[in-house]
Design a protein around this ligand. Structure first.
Ligand code: GLU
Length: 319
């Protein structure tokens, strides 16, 4: 890949200002883009409108600017992208890879109990496949991706330019490399089940939106927090089903709060303090294992020094 083809992104959900953990993801994605002499985009993931806070996008841009991180293009807003998501869903339905689901949470719990299964994952039940072959006379609520046996319907991996490869035998694990964490695999059908593409409340699911937008923006490299690692197999499956390229993935270390939990807006992480921008960068850099020997008076100077350190850690040595 030539250096100019690299396109990376930072994709915050505007549910609150950036906290220390989200700054790490922003910084890492920016450093990776600069180390590749590539472009760095910001995408506002405001698809879950009820959770978004009006005006927080501007706070996020101001926080990024305070630490010297400026996007190379105007930001993309997922709230403007419904037509593209609907087109992708229509394509999957036509291919027989997405189906309408009429199940409530209670229906899913009952079906699992009746079959003697209690498959749960992160507190979520693994969908038992109830509506895979029809709605049983009920109305459509959500739309789901058909994970089981879908492998036979998707194009062969060489057509997708992707790094992930779906095994030709149905229902085996999907394997892909993470640039920091090494070889990864997940059997989506078993671990997650037929996941939601469009929710019962009419909102687009993160998985579909992120895959459609990464492709539309020509993203070649995804650098994001390790809390999102578990979504990657689902996203690669969707890319393959939609004949979209698979980016390279790198998941960054998480910032843990005092109690050892990952920092998140949900558990009340406070906004990152950018009144001392070099200190904020230094702290984020420490999480990335970069900051030990950096001495800078301005964010721009700190960033200039950090790019080659990042490149040493994460770019393959080129002749
Ligand atoms: N919007 C997601 C978040 O804020 C990140 C999505 C991604 O980087 O793929 O956690």
């Amino acid at each position: 890949m030539g250096p100019t083809t690299y396109r990376g992104r930072f994709a915050p959900s505007p549910t609150g200002p950036l906290h220390a953990g989200s700054l790490v993801a922003a910084l890492a994605s920016w450093l990776d883009a600069r180390a590749h002499q590539g472009q760095w985009l910001v995408r506002i993931e405001d698809v879950d409108a009820p959770r978004c806070v009006p005006g927080v996008d501007q706070t996020i841009f101001a926080q990024l600017a305070a630490v010297g991180l400026y996007p190379d293009e105007a930001p993309l807003y997922q709230s403007q992208r419904s037509t593209a998501y609907q087109d992708a869903l229509d394509q999957l339905v036509t291919q027989g890879l997405a189906f309408a689901c009429g199940c409530t949470r209670q229906d899913i719990a009952q079906a699992l109990a009746a079959s003697g299964q209690a498959r749960q994952r992160h507190g979520e039940r693994v969908y038992p496949g109830t509506c895979r072959h029809g709605l049983h006379g009920r109305g459509a609520r959500a739309w789901r991706f058909l994970t089981e046996n879908s492998q036979q319907k998707v194009p062969p991996p060489q057509l997708t330019q992707g790094l992930g490869a779906i095994d030709s035998i149905a229902n085996q694990a999907l394997h892909w490399p993470d640039r920091r964490l090494g070889a990864q695999s997940q059997n989506v059908s078993q671990a997650v089940g037929d996941f939601v593409l469009k929710r019962a409340d009419g909102l687009w699911a993160y998985q579909l939106a992120v895959v459609v937008d990464d492709a539309a923006q020509g993203i070649t490299h995804v650098v994001r927090g390790q809390d999102l690692l578990d979504n990657t197999a689902r996203q690669i499956m969707l890319q393959q089903a939609l004949c979209l390229p698979t980016p390279q993935y790198l998941h960054t270390p998480l910032v843990l709060g005092g109690n050892g939990d990952k920092l998140s807006k949900q558990n009340g992480a406070s906004a990152v303090d950018t009144t001392h921008p070099v200190t904020a960068l230094q702290q984020a850099g420490q999480i990335l294992g970069l900051a030990a020997n950096l001495h800078a008076d301005t964010p721009a100077e700190w960033l200039r020094q950090a790019v080659p350190l990042w490149a040493d850690q994460h770019l393959k040595i080129r002749a």
